[in-house]
Design a protein around this ligand. Sequence first.
Ligand code: GLU
Length: 315
Amino acid sequence: MSPPVTRLAPSPTGALHLGNARTFLVNWLLARQRGWRVVLRIEDLDGPRVKPEAVAETLDVLAWLGLTWDGPVVYQSQRHAAYARALAALVAAGTAYPCVCSRKDIDRAATAPHAEDATPTYPGTCRGKYASAQAAEAATGRAPAWRVGVPDEPVAFDDAVAGPQRFDLRRHGGDFVIFRKQNLAAYQLAVVVDDAEAGVDEIVRGDDLLDSAARQIHLRRLLGLGEAVRWWHLPLVLGPDGRRLAKRHGDTRLTHYRDLGAPPERLCGLLGFWCGALERRRPSTPDELLERFDIARLPREPVTFTDADDAFCRA
Ligand code: GLU
């Protein structure tokens, strides 16, 4: 029997910071402890925002930290044909439709956006309106994106870390974009196609993507891709203000600490401490953490990045 497969899926648009690195480390530790194959997939679908140097730097810094992967690297920018086939299947099945709404249109139409959501729920303005992308463009002069209809029932799944989940996608974002108007696959469709093709059955990532899991389960059902996936959504690393770790909290990129001369063992030790594998901050290696890491001891609460963490990495 072939081993389970997982993936590390960095987006090379912003450089890898300590929060992303912690998720990747946990993913890698689970994989190596349990004998999963690790696919590295570069999520470089953002066209002009992705610079080739950023891709090379992402690979380089993951290796510097001591993470490893199996087989060739997959680049989403090279997989357009597979995404286009999936879109064609959804269009043929009548579940995808062209949409010419701008973000402004949607903001205006939304009566009760969820405070916690970054984007308001799409009200379905273009659903059933245009027979084809050409018809939509001819009628409006706008190049359409493609959306997929969401199910009438909530999508429920069990997360190995976050527990039982249930999302009513009609109220939580509504019909979502699967292809952008630049003829680029959108995140939700691309990951589903890639995960299925690589035989990924263990998905480990930050819990800001919990609702995306519901969308991805829905897409898998529509595309007949099976649902034999185990989800592991990890609590995030937050800044001292309680918001997700980001630039506003200072420079926590791995390359920043590397450029200051910090050895990877310090970063690895901090991440190991954050994962419950070390009792205190001290230098460590992925191999040592393999012996000590226990997913049951991973804190179920978000971790807060503090000045002491920053000082430890700089030392
Ligand atoms: N590329 C995404 C990120 O860096 C991860 C997507 C996923 O794991 O599905 O946040």
